[in-house]
Write a protein that binds this ligand. Structure first.
Ligand SMILES: [Zn+2]
Length: 274
């Protein structure tokens, strides 16, 4: 046997326990039902995400950039407080996750949600986009959509397949710095696949609607993002390309979930955002 084959076999054995096809969310009103192949357990990914998140927070704390903007923190917590219960319709386990949300002072236009529900919103996004609550709910719903669909775990799984043999065997066994770094990279720096972006867009408008936020705000949100483009587009735009096709899709998705929005508003527990 040649060396490559031996390595492949070793990896197959190591992955045998973790490799599985999963259905991360169910019953979506916007037709997200793709089955996903995972090479690493959600427990390992979530533990690594927890570590990566704590690292980000510690770094922000050191730079005096953690939760400095009380108004922004209040908005983010209030919106998360309505979006998180809405996740139960798609994933019954999600409302019970150890959700955390923090605001990072940074000029960058960015927001993300690490696996397991670790949210960050950057002040640059709030200052530059001046989002309404509905628009901020659209961004946060999109990012939460990535977490519900376990896109970080899926990307880490793909990275493992692509990097056969490159110091990855340790990554399948639990918390380890390689996996934590991979999770940080795929959450903060690297683009998701187009397919994952579409799923997050769809889940995002659905969550917003179920939480009583106007799902059509996703359209104006992406239009604002698009205007920020140009010669030096913010990082968020490099990971979330905003274009006319995307905006059109989001418009159609929002139309589909309008009944959920109206029902949420009529329910009285969720008032419409600004
Ligand atoms: Zn995204």
């Amino acid at each position: 046997m040649n060396r490559k084959l031996v390595i492949s076999l070793l990896i197959s054995v190591a992955f045998a326990g973790a490799c599985q096809t999963v259905e991360t969310t169910k019953g979506s009103a916007v037709g997200v039902d793709r089955r996903q192949h995972m090479m690493v357990s959600s427990e390992a990914v979530n533990a690594s995400a927890e570590k990566a998140y704590q690292d980000v927070l510690a770094q922000a704390q050191k730079q005096n950039a953690l939760d400095r903007d009380a108004a922004a923190v209040g908005r983010v917590k209030a919106i998360a407080g309505r979006l998180i219960p809405a996740t139960g319709a798609l994933r019954p386990d999600a409302p019970g996750w150890k959700w955390e949300m923090h605001v990072l002072s940074s000029k960058e236009v960015n927001a993300w949600c690490m696996p397991g529900g670790k949210i960050a919103v950057y002040t640059g996004l709030i200052e530059q986009l001046k989002p309404s609550d509905d628009e901020l709910a659209a961004v946060m719903g999109h990012e939460i959509g990535h977490a519900l669909r376990e896109h970080g775990r899926e990307q880490a799984s793909r990275a493992m397949v692509e990097q056969l043999g490159v110091g990855i065997l340790g990554a399948v066994t639990g918390v380890n710095t390689n996996l934590a770094q991979t999770i940080a990279d795929v959450t903060i720096m690297l683009p998701h696949s187009r397919e994952q972006e579409t799923e997050a867009d769809r889940i995002g408008v659905e969550l917003a609607a179920r939480a009583g936020y106007d799902p059509r705000a996703a359209v104006s949100l992406w239009q604002k993002m698009q205007k920020l483009g140009g010669r030096q587009p913010p990082q968020f735009l490099s990971t979330h390309p905003s274009n006319d096709a995307r905006i059109k899709d989001v418009e159609q998705d929002a139309a589909k979930v309008m009944p959920l929005y109206q029902a949420a508003k009529a329910g009285g527990t969720a008032s419409a955002g600004k």
